[in-house]
Design a protein around this ligand. Structure first.
Ligand code: HEC
Length: 199
């Protein structure tokens, strides 16, 4: 009998702990964060979601590359010229190519360039509202309302983040130093031959 009482007590304790845990988690999710906390959360999400891999230019070292922190998230550098490429090697059953900053991509979709995510009004996302930004990642459209986003931008994955996370990403990006960097327009697949022939 004592044994059953003891087991009953243990189960009760565990249930209480579990309930407390659930209570805490909900509290964190529902807590309204200050602007500063939103920026910090956004920085954490961006730094751990691979955004820099494509959107931040690189500096080359003997062992590989590091992010150019003076141009954080400024996108494909406007002065960068794509090296020559045989477009016959590109295709669904062939190759996809990228250049040294991992921000210019050539694939069956044409040539795409990682956007400038800094708050520069003319060349970045300074003029994009929070609502448009969330729409961009949820619906995969440029500035939320424009043409469909090209690969390899993984918007389908990031669009699954909750509202607070997307708002935090936006708050962080808007807190960055604005960098004037005019990322080139994408090139359609049927224009790729011409593009590289002129190289
Ligand atoms: C594998 C490469 C890659 C990764 C990783 C990546 N992006 Fe992108 N992103 C791109 C490319 C390429 C484009 C341009 C697509 C186009 O022109 O259609 C783009 C476009 C965008 C745009 C659209 C900009 C506009 O003007 O509307 C936003 C916003 C964006 N990315 C945010 C992010 C965020 C935030 C992350 C990380 C959570 C991220 N990206 C990670 C490649 C990437």
């Amino acid at each position: 009998m004592h044994k059953f009482l003891f087991i009953g007590f243990i189960i009760l304790m565990f249930s209480a702990l579990l309930l407390m845990q659930i209570g805490c988690t909900q509290e964190v999710e529902n807590k309204t964060l200050s602007q500063e906390e939103m920026v910090a959360l956004g920085k954490y999400i961006v730094s751990t979601s691979g955004c820099d891999d494509c959107h931040t230019p690189k500096i080359f070292t003997e062992t590989g590359f590091v992010f150019d922190t003076t141009r954080l998230l400024a996108g494909f550098p406007e002065e960068q010229v794509l090296p020559p490429l045989d477009v016959n090697m590109i295709g669904p059953d062939k190759w996809i190519a990228t250049e040294k900053h991992l921000s210019g991509w050539v694939g069956p979709w044409g040539i795409s360039y990682a956007s400038n995510l800094t708050p520069d009004n003319a060349t970045g996302i300074g003029a994009v509202s929070e609502e448009m930004f969330i729409k961009t990642l949820r619906e995969g459209r440029l500035k939320g309302v424009g043409r469909p986003l090209l690969p390899p931008m993984p918007w389908q994955v990031y669009g699954m983040k909750n509202d607070q996370d997307l708002k935090a990403i936006y708050a962080y990006l808007q807190s960055l130093k604005p960098i004037k960097n005019e990322v080139p327009q994408p090139v359609l697949p049927d224009k790729m031959g011409e593009f590289f022939a002129n190289k």
